[in-house]
Write a protein that binds this ligand. Structure first.
Ligand code: PLP
Length: 421
């Protein structure tokens, strides 16, 4: 459920009509619903009720400071994958003790930053990283809390570009080597082993791969404890999917995920961390765009929008589907027409949808891409020298621009022409 609903035929973000926001901000822009973000965070928090747990929001899904401030204020921790994300989480007021640091390529500088300011745990993904973290911690006279990210070799049955838990993926330590790697970690004086971490992929629409992975995790917990390791925390990663197409059957709910976690891992007595990103932010945002032209091609009609692949890259990158809806509801009845929905960028890949059935649209009409709150604005670029797409947050009848569109002057000033040219 989200808070983008039609009232009197006009799509609203909570209590604000999208045409009003468009008039203030100009298109294209992202708009997020505080009520939806709050609701989704609480669904996860409640799903794990009764188990010691922390929901560490995956910052990479939507890292706007206002979004982080809102979630942090509700008690969320953060899962970060770079020094930049760590700084953003801290700047938004999330304390270091609630931040976990993931990623295959943490640099020594990033380790130093997080160790200096506080960190709940590093999710370590390889032996060389383990050695580096040990050295950094010792040089700072401290010990780094670590979980090793174990690659369980399960098929998440999601898009290949966001599947991370198969043995051929770059992520984690192969489960077959877990025993020896934990032994090596325990021998390093700069590390304090606290748990085990897994993250098998994103946009999973079925609980079965999670259950397979967590069953292996439960067994590994017993084995490692048998070897004398202190395993008190299990980080289960993120990955629960969202319904991008309203017409499709819905993926499992957080509460069902929570039941499964309790059934498979409840008797380990471990604290449970989860790292949801997409499910918290995805349906909490839409991208609003305007029709520039309707172009009648030789064998198809193109709806040319003022949003492009640089603003929302998911269709080009993952062949992702986003529902596209008119901001002003058309009169009931009347035939649908078929469009290729495209942006102005000079690439054929700048196509949001092929042969999409929509009610007829005309120049100047507003449309909204649903489910665009996660992996939307964070992946935007200024390709084709298009200004970075702005972001707006709505709560009830309040709205605020939480990232302004840069002016062309600001964009020009970022580049420097050397004096010798
Ligand atoms: C991307 C990522 C997540 C979040 O995944 P979602 O599918 O957005 O829930 C969590 N943990 C790690 C380590 C990730 O890389």
């Amino acid at each position: 459920m989200d808070h983008f609903l039609y009232r009197d035929g006009v799509l609203h973000a909570e209590d604000i009509p999208l045409p009003d926001l468009s008039a203030q901000t100009g298109t294209p822009f992202y708009v997020y619903s505080a009520a939806t973000l709050t609701r989704h965070f609480r669904l996860f928090d409640e799903a794990l009720e009764g188990m010691e747990h922390l929901v560490c929001y995956a910052v990479k899904a939507n890292s706007n400071l206002a979004v982080l401030r809102l979630l942090g204020g509700l008690g969320a921790g953060a899962d970060v994958v770079s020094g930049g994300e760590y700084r953003k989480a801290r700047a938004a007021g999330i304390p270091g003790e609630r931040i976990v640091f993931s990623g295959v390529g943490k640099t020594r500088e990033e380790m130093r930053l997080a160790l200096g300011e506080g960190i709940r745990q590093f999710n370590v993904e390889s032996e060389p990283e383990m050695e580096a973290l040990n050295a950094v911690a010792l040089s700072m006279g401290t010990r780094a809390p670590v979980a090793l990210r174990i690659n369980p070799d399960v098929d998440a049955k999601t898009h290949a570009k966001i599947s991370t838990g198969k043995s051929e993926n770059k992520f984690g330590i192969p489960i077959s080597r877990a025993g020896s790697t934990y032994a090596a970690a325990a021998a390093l004086p700069g590390l304090e082993v606290v748990g085990i971490d897994m993250h098998i992929g994103s946009q999973l629409t079925d609980l079965a791969p999670f259950e397979q992975a967590y069953t292996k995790l439960a067994a590994l917990t017993r084995t490692l404890r048998g070897d004398g390791h202190r395993i008190v925390r299990l980080d289960l990663g993120g990955g629960l999917g969202i319904p991008y197409e309203r017409s499709n059957s819905a993926p499992p709910l957080p509460v069902e995920y929570g039941h499964m976690v309790r059934r498979v891992l409840g008797d380990t007595g471990c604290e449970i961390l989860i790292e949801p990103g997409r499910l918290i932010a995805g349906n909490a945002g839409v991208l609003v765009a305007r029709v520039i032209y309707v172009k009648h091609g030789e064998d198809r009609d193109f709806l040319i929008l003022d949003a492009a692949m640089n603003d929302l890259i998911r269709p080009a990158m993952y062949d992702a589907h986003h529902d596209i809806v008119p901001v002003v509801e058309p009169e009931p009845g009347g035939d649908s027409v078929t469009y290729d929905v495209v942006g102005p960028v000079c690439e054929t890949g700048d196509t949001f949808a092929r042969q999409r059935r929509l009610k007829p649209l005309k120049e100047g009409d507003l449309v909204a891409f649903r489910s665009a709150g996660a992996y939307g604005a964070v992946m935007a670029s200024e390709y084709n020298s298009r200004p970075l797409v702005p972001e707006v947050l709505v709560s009830g009848d309040h709205s605020a621009v939480i990232r302004a569109r840069p002016s062309f002057e600001e964009m020009l000033n970022r580049d420097t022409i050397p004096e010798w040219l």
